[in-house]
Design a protein around this ligand. Structure first.
Ligand SMILES: Cc1ncc(COP(=O)(O)O)c(C=O)c1O
Length: 392
């Protein structure tokens, strides 16, 4: 049986997959089972920041796979300790909890914020303010935190204790900031919601409000972190630090690892036994993430991401001049969205046929999240194809 048919027969029907089965990848390129080559402008949804099968990550993985893969968190292992130290040294944080995905990192953040106040005896403080259009994951708590109604349908009752306010509305969080609030949680650039960056001054305003009310500020950087937005973490572009931050996606360049980082103070919410994960921070995934950090934490690498992101936007602005169908271009670094008046799914489908992988979100936005190593020439190739399609 062919891969597509076999998958559709035996794997649960939860994904709207394109009818292509990929076999191999290298850098920004992918090859399907028929040998057709594709240029990847999605990077496994902002995951393969260093491109497919980056040799440094592959080397680190091979060496670690031959040494030690898993022992459980009943013991210590060097790769996880090194990775936690490196993440703290490169961020506001003092402590790290390792998970296996973005949703699990957010679950940990939600649990930490709640327990932080429970432990202090402020047991009424359990409500979390999150944003409309946000996306935080598909587990029950992170789905409850998510601000998109359509993906919640059928799973009620959701977890109580979340209130959603409009993103980028300076006054909205203050209106909900009662004595029962234990945290504000948001994405510095909303990803799944349509690639919407925080407006100037917005994160500062939320930070100030959280400080006034002693409520930890949680940044979900699952999609925006690890260099995607031209800084190691997107919030660094805004000069506003959170108390808790979550990472996943690009942290392992495709290996399943997530992390919840916290300041010393916020981390006090957890004690021995408060939270756990069997696989969290295994030597194998930690080795991959260390190899990723070696590259993306470098300022010259990040400067190049910013430059390439500017170049991509320039090319898209040129398309906007040429076609009335392009409404808005927005984003930060190499996370860019182009809102169009045409059917985004149809454009993405046509690009795919021509060998370019993109992604449509919310029906009208084309999302660009290429490997961070994408070149100007590769961007030119895509821009030519888009120009052609939008003309028609
Ligand atoms: C901002 C954000 N948070 C959380 C998640 C969930 O991550 P995962 O799919 O690894 O659980 C995603 C995934 O798209 C995301 O973009």
């Amino acid at each position: 049986m062919e891969t597509v048919q076999k998958t559709d027969s035996f794997v649960m029907n939860t994904y709207a997959r394109k009818g292509i089965s990929f076999e191999k990848g290298s850098g920004c390129r992918l090859w399907d089972e028929n040998g057709k080559e594709y240029l990847d402008f999605l990077a496994g949804i902002a995951v393969c920041g260093l491109g497919h099968c980056h040799p440094d990550v592959t080397r680190a993985l091979s060496a670690q796979a031959e040494t030690l893969v898993h022992v459980s968190n009943l013991f210590y292992t060097r790769p996880a300790s090194d990775l936690a130290q490196r993440l703290c040294e490169n961020s506001f944080a003092d402590k790290v909890f390792f998970s296996n995905s973005g949703a699990e990192a957010n679950e940990a953040a939600i649990k930490l914020a709640r327990r932080y106040f429970q432990k202090k005896g402020e047991t009424n403080r359990n409500r979390i303010i999150t944003m409309k259009q946000s996306f935080h994951g598909r587990t029950m708590a992170t789905l409850s935190a998510t601000g998109q109604e359509k993906i919640k349908q059928g799973f009620e009752p959701l977890l109580p204790g979340f209130v959603h306010v409009p993103f980028n509305d300076m006054d909205a969080p203050r209106k909900e900031m009662d004595d029962d609030v234990c945290a504000v949680m948001l994405e510095p650039v909303q990803g799944e919601g349509g690639v919407i960056p925080a407006a100037p001054g917005y994160l500062e305003a939320v930070r100030k409000l959280c400080d006034e009310k002693r409520a930890p500020l949680i940044f979900d950087e699952v999609q925006t972190g690890m260099g995607r937005c031209g800084r190691l973490f997107a919030h660094q572009a805004y000069n506003v630090a959170p108390d808790i931050m979550t990472l996943a996606k690009a942290l392992g360049n495709g290996l399943p690892i997530g992390a919840m980082l916290a300041s010393e103070k916020a981390a006090q919410g957890f004690d021995k036994g408060s939270h756990a994960s069997t696989f969290g921070g295994t030597p194998l995934v930690a080795a991959a993430a260390l190899a990723v950090l070696d590259i993306v934490a470098d300022e010259s690498f990040l400067a190049r991401v910013r430059k390439t992101g500017d170049y991509l936007k320039e090319k898209l602005y040129a398309l906007q001049k040429q076609s009335n169908a392009v409404k808005e271009i927005r984003g930060l670094g190499l996370l860019v969205g182009m809102e169009i008046e045409a059917d985004a799914d149809e454009i993405v489908e046509k690009c795919l046929k021509k060998g370019f992988i993109l992604n449509a979100i919310q029906g009208k936005i084309i999302r660009f999240a290429p490997p961070l190593i994408v070149t100007k020439e590769e961007i030119d190739q895509l821009a030519d194809v888009l120009s052609d399609l939008l003309d028609r």
